[in-house]
Each structure stands twice: as structure tokens, then as C-alpha cells.
Design a binder for this molecule. Structure first.
Ligand code: NAG
Ligand code: NAG
Length: 658
């Protein structure tokens, strides 16, 4: 007897636990262990030139994203950007500046609606023009989703990118190539164009969509650059936020050493390191936003090895170590990392508006001395890489300038290709497919919260013994048999999958219908799926609290006082029970109304969004929002009518007692 119980416990508790921990370990491995490159080493790895004391074979550029010039918010954003265009460009003197989208904010004053404001575009352009930044460097800017809010089509007059961007209209005709040709090599940049066209107003303009045609174009462009020393892809959206047909975006991107992007703003500043090695072997490097965090990135190619540093605006001096390269971001499939072993000097770039006063380099905590200035920003210090040939080692560089500023950069490097584990959360975010993930979570919640209802309704047709044994179970079964609860809990989550969400002016002057699967507007279909996030939140903030509320309410109203409790066929029975509740029962009964704050808050937020984002008509013509909330209010009115029993009694769903 005892052994049998133990065995049962073992099976019921330990088995799922074992399976779960196995899955957890698999997941950790998948996301944290960087894919190992076991192809042939880079052909140039053992060929000169090698990093030494000369400033040759070295160049650098800047990546900045999500500037969000806004006419309503934070004027400092634009002022700082003007300063950046002047001071930072003058000090750093990049060969190239890449701006990966969201040049303007395009949000209305209420911060919910969205439209293009010409004045924001003018401020963006004049910041660059006044500083003559576009004459001092090559300035390549592309559109982000904010720059596409409420733009009926690319050629439309509200697409101010065509008029005010520095790169000009041909940056808006799909993927393009820019090749940076230097005496020692050619470096290619391929843009990825996943913008929505037509561009809906927010919020349904969050994910990017790569059409089959665009994906092919990116693929072809990347192929065209395969003879250059390095190819970098750049776009607004991280791969995880792009809806793309087979073979998928991350596959195509695997032809370049890195894909650099913006859009996620380091998730509101909480995840400053959205960077990971993709499974294709190339790097995905999201830069933090300018908007709130005033961040930008300096990237350098030193003997074709890519290094970068993310810097906060105003911080000096900027230190960018180029040799040895940071182990975490090695891409041996594309980089001649063997050159590090043949190198004679530690090399780093130092930028400051002030004179550099002192530098100091240490390896594995041991001070190595001050570096020597070569030319421009380059500083070098001789070293013997063979001493660091195996495993991970630390390098630290400290620099002080005459302005009294000191900065220190430290990281791990390796010569033999060793690398640390990937950062878990950034890796999970960047290596996943966000729309599919959201849809999956929705499907799981749907199967847990909704699907059991029809199953219970069909499997417990007649009064059954289970009904008396467990009171929560009894209450859930009762719920499935009570039409008003059953149908509202079934229709609420099912409708958005099949029916239109709202009809209204989704894009400036153009009428359209939004659905869970995309937006039809002006005869075009835009497969944007931010709706997956919305239905998921519906599940968590509407469906779940409502289900709990109904179940607890039923459990309290229908105490099993008689032989078969609420499954009695007599309505009177039910009524007496409801009038005979214990003190605790009464308190709980009122407390569960607090749960309703969640659905109320969420519905309010939804209604407000529809009203401000898409206007009055869309607000009134929204079956998913307004109409369904009105129905819910009706349901609540109905179940609170004093002498209309809502519970069907005899366990047969066909016999609704009213
Ligand atoms: C660029 O590629 C060419 C051809 O492979 C090579 O000779 C050259 O050294 C490379 N440039 C650098 C800086 O490594
Ligand atoms: C509550 O119901 C039970 C059983 O039906 C009954 O014995 C009891 O008197 C009732 N109490 C009140 C306060 O009505």
C-alpha cells in the first residue's frame, strides 16, 4: 500500500519535474551556448597585413537609431541631436553614419494617435544640415515604423522621408546596397526594407513584414556583395520582429558578418544588451535608442575584424578597442580572427574633444603600461599574443582627457576562439520569432482557458458524481452548463480570431478593416500581426479574470447543501442556497469583484486606443472592442437580476431554466 502510494507520487510529481527540468536545460543550451563555427578558417587569417603599429587597414563608422524627433515631447532630444551632429561627428570623424529608422516620432499630442508631421522632419534634417554633418561624412538614413505611421503609400506626399531624409528617395524603394570603397578593401552595406506599405497608424504598425519579393531582393543584394571584405546588413527591425516567408530572415542575414538595427529601444532601457550571435554565425546587434537613452554606437573595422562600443551621448573619451577583439562578439565565419595571433600591438581608438592626458592598458589585471599615440584616434601598445593563446583573458583600457573625464573599458578576449555563454534574455529575444511566440502563448492560454468549456459541457451531460466531490471542479462544470457564462466565455476569445476588429480610417483618409491577421485597406492587405500581442493580453487581462470571477461566484452561490447540490433540478433549491451564505462566503463574494478591475482597466485602455488612434467612426464600428464590451455589460446586468436564476439545474445543457 505504502509503496504503491510512493510510486504514484513519484510518477505524478517527479516525472513532470524531470521532463520540465530537461526542457529547461535544453532551452538554456539552445540560447546560451553560441553556435560553434567548424568551417575552414578565414582565408586571410594567416596572410599579412597584421595589426601592428600603423594606422592602415582601419576605419570606423557610427550607428545610431530611433531618434524620434518630436514636436510635442522632450525638446532636448532634438537639441542633443543637433549637438551630436556637430560635436560628435567632428570629434569622431566617422567615414559613415547609419541611422536605422524612427527618425521622427510621428505621435499625436495625446501620445496614442499617430500621423506624420512635416515640422518633425524639418527639424531632423536641419539638425544635420546646420552642422554640415552630411558634408563631413556619408549619412545613410532609412525609415522606421514611426516614419511609416499613417502613410497611405510610399509615393504619398505624407511620406516626408522622400523630401527630408539625407539619403533621399531611393532609400525608400526596397533594399539597396551602399559600398564603401577604401584603398585596402571594399565594405558593403545592404539595407533591409521591412516597412509596411501602406503604413497603418499605430498600434498596428509594430512588426515589420518582409514580402517574398523583398526577401529575395535582400538575398540578391547580399549575393552581389560577396566579393567585398565585409558585408553588414542594416534595417530598423530586429529579426525577431519581422514577419518573413521561408527561408526566413535570419537565414538570409547569415551572409553578412552582422545585422545592425534598432526599434526595441533596449525594451525601455531594461535590456541594454540586445545583442547575440545568431545561429547562422552572424551577429545581431541592436543599438539602444537615442530617444530616451541618448545612445549611439561607434563601430570599427580593423584588418577586417569588426569591433564596436555603445556610448552615451556626452560621455568622453570614447574608447574602442579593436585588437584584441571582444570574445563575445567574434564571428569566425566572417572575420580573419587569426590575425590577432599574428598581431604585434594592442590597438584602440580614443576620441575626445579634449587632449588625451593619459592611457593605461592592463591584461588579466596586470598593468602593461601606457599606449602610444599613432595617428588620429589610434593608440597602440606592443604585446605578445602567444601568452594569451588559450582561453579567455581580460583586457582593460583606461583613458583620461584634459577635460577631466576618465573612461574605462574592459572585456574578455580570446585568441583561440573561446567565448563566453550568450546573455540569456537578449538571446531569447533575438533568436526567437516574436509573432510566432505570441501566437503560441495565445494558443496555449486558449487551450487551457477556453477549450475545456465545450469539452466539459459535452462530457457531463447528465448529473454526475464528480459534481459533488470537488467544489471547484463542480463550479467549473456548472459554468460550462450555464448558458450565459458559457457563451460569453466562449465567444469573447473566439470572435477576434474570425471577425473584423474595427472598421475605420486606419490610414490617413483611407478606410480599412483590421483583423487579427492583418489589415485590409484600399484593396491592399498588410500582414501586420501586433494583434497577436493584443489577443494574448485579452487572454490574461480579460478572459482569465472573468473566468475566475464566474467560477468563484458560482461556487459561492451554489453551496452543495442538498444531496446533489446545485445539480438539483429544482430552481428553488438554487435560490435558497444563494440566500444562505456564510459570513466568509459573503466577504469573498464581494472581494472577487476586485478581480474585475483588470478587465475594466484593459477594456478602457482598448477603447481609448481605438478612439484616439483610429477616430470616432472606428470606435463605434468596433465589434471587438465597443460591441463586445457592451455585451459584457449586458451579461453582468443579466446575472445580477435578483429573481432570474442564471444556473441551469439538471445538468443537461439543453434545458436552460429561466
Ligand atoms: C580585403 O580583401 C582583400 C582580398 O581578400 C585582401 O587582399 C585585403 O587584405 C583585405 N583587406 C583587409 C584590410 O584585410
Ligand atoms: C441554511 O441552509 C441550511 C440547509 O439548507 C439550513 O439548515 C439552515 O437553517 C440555513 N440557514 C439559514 C440562516 O437560512
Amino acid at each position: 500500500m505504502m509503496t504503491k502510494t510512493l510510486f504514484l507520487v513519484a510518477v505524478i510529481v517527479l516525472l513532470p519535474l524531470a521532463v520540465l527540468s530537461w526542457l529547461w536545460v535544453q532551452m538554456l543550451d539552445y540560447y546560451t551556448i553560441p553556435v560553434k563555427y567548424d568551417g575552414p578558417p578565414h582565408p586571410n587569417g594567416d596572410l599579412p597585413p597584421f595589426p601592428g603599429a600603423s594606422a592602415e587597414n582601419l576605419w570606423w563608422f557610427i550607428h545610431i537609431s530611433d531618434i524620434h524627433v518630436s514636436r510635442f515631447r522632450d525638446p532636448g532630444r532634438t537639441v542633443d541631436f543637433q549637438k551630436f551632429c556637430k560635436e560628435n561627428i567632428d570629434v569622431i570623424q566617422p567615414e559613415l553614419v547609419l541611422v536605422t529608422g524612427d527618425l521622427t516620432d510621428a505621435k499625436t499630442k495625446d501620445f496614442i494617435g499617430s500621423r506624420q508631421y512635416e515640422i518633425e522632419w524639418q527639424s531632423y534634417r536641419s539638425a544635420i544640415k546646420l552642422a554640415q554633418a552630411d558634408e563631413k561624412t556619408i549619412w545613410i538614413d532609412i525609415r522606421g515604423n514611426h516614419d511609416a505611421f499613417d502613410v497611405p503609400h510610399v509615393q504619398h506626399e505624407t511620406n516626408f522621408y522622400r523630401k527630408y531624409s539625407i539619403h533621399g528617395p531611393d532609400g525608400d524603394q526596397g533594399s539597396f546596397i551602399y559600398q564603401h570603397k577604401l584603398p585596402f578593401g571594399t565594405y558593403s552595406f545592404v539595407s533591409v526594407y521591412a516597412l509596411l506599405d501602406p503604413g497603418p497608424k499605430r498600434p498596428f504598425n509594430f512588426f515589420g513584414v518582409l514580402t517574398e519579393e523583398e526577401l529575395k531582393k535582400v538575398q540578391e543584394n547580399v549575393e552581389k556583395t560577396q566579393n567585398s571584405n565585409q558585408t553588414i546588413l542594416f534595417g530598423h527591425y530586429p529579426t525577431a520582429t519581422v514577419v518573413a516567408p521561408q527561408p526566413g530572415f535570419s537565414d538570409v542575414m547569415g551572409k553578412g558578418i552582422a545585422y545592425i538595427c534598432g526599434h526595441l529601444h533596449s525594451l525601455g532601457g531594461s535590456l541594454p544588451n540586445l545583442k547575440a550571435l545568431q545561429r547562422s554565425g552572424s551577429l545581431e546587434l541592436e543599438v539602444e535608442d537615442w530617444k530616451e537613452n541618448r545612445m549611439y554606437r561607434v563601430m570599427a573595422m580593423d584588418h577586417d575584424i569588426l569591433s564596436f562600443v555603445d556610448v552615451k551621448f556626452g560621455q568622453w573619451p570614447v574608447i574602442l578597442i579593436t585588437n584584441p577583439k571582444r570574445a563575445r562578439f567574434q564571428a569566425p565565419k566572417y572575420e580573419p580572427i587569426h590575425k590577432m595571433l599574428h598581431s604585434t600591438h594592442i590597438r584602440f581608438l580614443l576620441y575626445s574633444p579634449f587632449e588625451v592626458k593619459s592611457t593605461s592598458v592592463s591584461l588579466d589585471g596586470i598593468h602593461q603600461g601606457a599606449a602610444e599615440h599613432v595617428k588620429g584616434p589610434l593608440y597602440v601598445l606592443p604585446w605578445n599574443p602567444e601568452e594569451y593563446q588559450t582561453g579567455l583573458h581580460y583586457i582593460a583600457v583606461t583613458a583620461t582627457d584634459a577635460g577631466g573625464n576618465t573612461q574605462r573599458i574592459t572585456y574578455r578576449f580570446s585568441i583561440d576562439g573561446s567565448r563566453p555563454e550568450q546573455w540569456l534574455v537578449p538571446s531569447v529575444i533575438l533568436l526567437s520569432d516574436m509573432p510566432k511566440g505570441l501566437l503560441l502563448m495565445y494558443a496555449i492560454l486558449f487551450s487551457v482557458l477556453v477549450l475545456p468549456l465545450p469539452v466539459l459541457r459535452w462530457s457531463y451531460r447528465k448529473g454526475s458524481e464528480v459534481l459533488q466531490s470537488n467544489f471547484i471542479m463542480r463550479s467549473i462544470i456548472l459554468l460550462a452548463h450555464t448558458d450565459i457564462y458559457y457563451y460569453s466565455l466562449l465567444c469573447l476569445p473566439t470572435y477576434p480570431v474570425i471577425g473584423p476588429w474595427c472598421i475605420g480610417e486606419l490610414i490617413g483618409g483611407l478606410w480599412g478593416v483590421s483583423t487579427m491577421h492583418g489589415i485590409y485597406v484600399n484593396g491592399a492587405f498588410v500582414g501586420e500581426v501586433f494583434s497577436y500581442a493584443v489577443v494574448l493580453l485579452d487572454m490574461l487581462l480579460l478572459q482569465l479574470p472573468l473566468t475566475i470571477f464566474f467560477v468563484v461566484r458560482l461556487a459561492l452561490l451554489c453551496q452543495p447543501t442538498t444531496q446533489n447540490g446545485c445539480v438539483s433540478s429544482k430552481v428553488e433549491n438554487y435560490k435558497t442556497n444563494s440566500g444562505n451564505m456564510s459570513m466568509t462566503g459573503t466577504i469573498i463574494y464581494f472581494l472577487i469583484y476586485l478581480i474585475l478591475l483588470l478587465p475594466i482597466g484593459w477594456s478602457y485602455y482598448n477603447l481609448k486606443t481605438v478612439w484616439y488612434a483610429y477616430g470616432k467612426m472606428a470606435f463605434f464600428l468596433s465589434p471587438k472592442s465597443l460591441w463586445s464590451y457592451i455585451l459584457l455589460i449586458y451579461v453582468f446586468y443579466k446575472i445580477h437580476l435578483p429573481d432570474k436564476p442564471e444556473v441551469i439545474a439538471n445538468g443537461n445543457h439543453a434545458n436552460h431554466v429561466s
